[in-house]
Design a protein around this ligand. Structure first.
Ligand code: FES
Ligand SMILES: [Fe+2]
Length: 453
């Protein structure tokens, strides 16, 4: 089989014309070198809170976590907390998680199921639609204080492809205009048919943007994650979309162009073949042909199992990773077998801390020959059937998050990068073209902060 991937810069994986894989026209985001204070200054953090966070669509969670009326989850962003709850008519509403009486948090758990929300401080009760249901000892309140029947304050919410977004700004454009990705881009993965099989929140000693910047480029792979280079090309195709959205295509099931031997099929590629339902012992071709062979195998397997949505996906989408940014703080790792949701959540007070929230969603296939791919990094014995939703695991600052070798390598590095960003000698990031998505994100952030949006 011939070498199907030409790893030269600028990278183009050769997606079919008109497909979502096709390389997008370039976008000029300039060459400004921003002041590194954006990564540590409390004033910059304050500006983000005033001008950006309250005005953008935020990925609060996933619809599969609240299937029944009364099911809810909470979403915390800095000092704000929200309740997202399934209504009696199965629509979804979101509220600020704050009691109008004296400000207590109304929902204290990550998730649950209720008929009414009851505040734990003085027992005020609220209906699922946020309306005030009951004030404890109401006869002891002057009627004028509570005549407006204070309920939970609603925020806008919209569901797109099984993902629930909220927005604190009543005047923001609708979600579909905001997302910036072409129609069908997310839809084709059928995320709404997946469910959560792992959820971890870990706290890292870095700004939320220091964290996110490290996840939107593959330039660092040969250095921080050298073990990836036998199964992954590190030149990735860069595609920039409107409103700060972007995507890179990271070819998998190939050896990086840095690896001298491009022919021998070693252990990493054999694993990838097994994950695709192939028998690596019966593969006689070169390493250069593995990506195409895996694509063909997955295509045939999908047809056999009735996974007809694969027909909407290009061959490249069956093997490659498509990390996709939704501005401001979401990275989606899109694969037909499952989706990784990474959210970079600012700390409530400290600009040099963030909460790294990772969820893995999996499309369960009820077939004994179909197994969870090893590259998803799930702990052995994880129940992927969707019958039970695993609790969120919280990892405090300074403790390795145990998210797999690659992410643990990032978690060790980022606090050191954060220290360097503060140095008197550091003049600001010099982003190359492999880092075009970072510039695109910061350019969009600046539009909010400068009043252009
Ligand atoms: S603060 Fe909620 S009932 Fe008093
Ligand atoms: Fe990394």
């Amino acid at each position: 089989m011939s070498d199907s991937l030409n790893a030269v810069w600028p990278m183009d994986v050769g997606g079919p014309a008109g497909s979502h894989e096709e390389r997008q026209p370039p976008v000029d985001d300039g060459l400004d070198v921003p002041d590194p204070a954006r990564y540590y200054s409390p004033e910059f953090m304050q500006r983000e809170w005033q001008r950006m966070w309250p005005r953008v669509w935020l990925l609060a969670g996933v619809a599969c976590d609240i299937p029944e009326a009364g099911d809810y989850f909470t979403y915390t962003l800095g000092h704000e907390s929200f309740i997202v709850v399934r209504q009696e008519d199965l629509s979804i509403k979101a509220f600020h998680n704050v009691c109008p009486h004296r400000g207590n948090r109304v929902a204290l758990n990550d998730r649950g199921s209720v008929e009414r929300f009851t505040c734990a401080f003085h027992g005020w009760r609220f209906c699922l639609d946020g309306q005030l249901d009951q004030i404890t000892d109401e006869h002891t309140f002057a009627p004028s204080l509570v005549r407006h029947r204070p309920g939970l304050v609603e925020v806008r919410s919209e569901v797109h492809c099984g993902l629930i977004f909220i927005n604190m700004d009543g005047k923001a454009p609708p979600l579909r205009e905001y997302v910036g990705l072409p129609p069908g881009y997310l839809e084709n993965y059928q995320i709404e048919k997946m469910h959560v099989v792992q959820h971890v929140q870990s706290e890292w000693a870095a700004n939320w943007k220091t964290g996110q910047d490290a996840f939107v480029e593959t330039y660092h792979l040969p250095f921080v994650h050298p073990q990836t280079q036998t199964v992954m090309e590190y030149y990735s195709q860069q595609d920039l979309f409107p409103n700060g959205a972007s995507r890179m295509i990271v070819p998998l099931c190939v050896k990086s162009h840095h690896v001298a031997d491009q022919d021998i099929v070693d252990e990493g590629l054999r694993f990838m073949m097994k994950d695709a339902g192939m028998d690596p012992d019966s593969y006689t071709g070169s390493a250069r042909g593995v990506r195409q062979a895996v694509q063909a195998s997955k295509r045939a397997r999908a047809e056999r199992l009735g996974l007809t949505h694969y027909r909407e996906l290009t061959d490249g989408q069956l093997t490659d990773s498509w990390p996709t940014t939704l501005f401001p703080n979401v990275q989606l790792g899109l694969h037909p077998e499952g989706v990784f949701i990474h959210r970079f959540l600012p700390h409530k007070r400290d600009p040099e801390r963030f909460i790294y929230d990772t969820m893995i969603l999996y499309r369960y296939v009820d077939d004994p020959a179909y197994t969870v791919p090893a590259w998803m990094g799930l702990a052995p014995g994880t129940d992927v059937s969707g019958r039970s939703r695993p609790p969120m695991r919280r990892v405090p600052l300074g403790v390795p998050p145990q998210l797999g070798e690659v992410l643990d390598q990032d978690s060790e590095l980022l606090p050191i990068v954060q220290e360097g960003l503060r140095s008197r000698a550091f003049r600001g990031p010099l982003w190359g073209e492999q880092e075009a998505r970072i510039r695109h994100l910061h350019r969009e952030l600046d539009r909010y902060l400068n009043g252009e949006k």
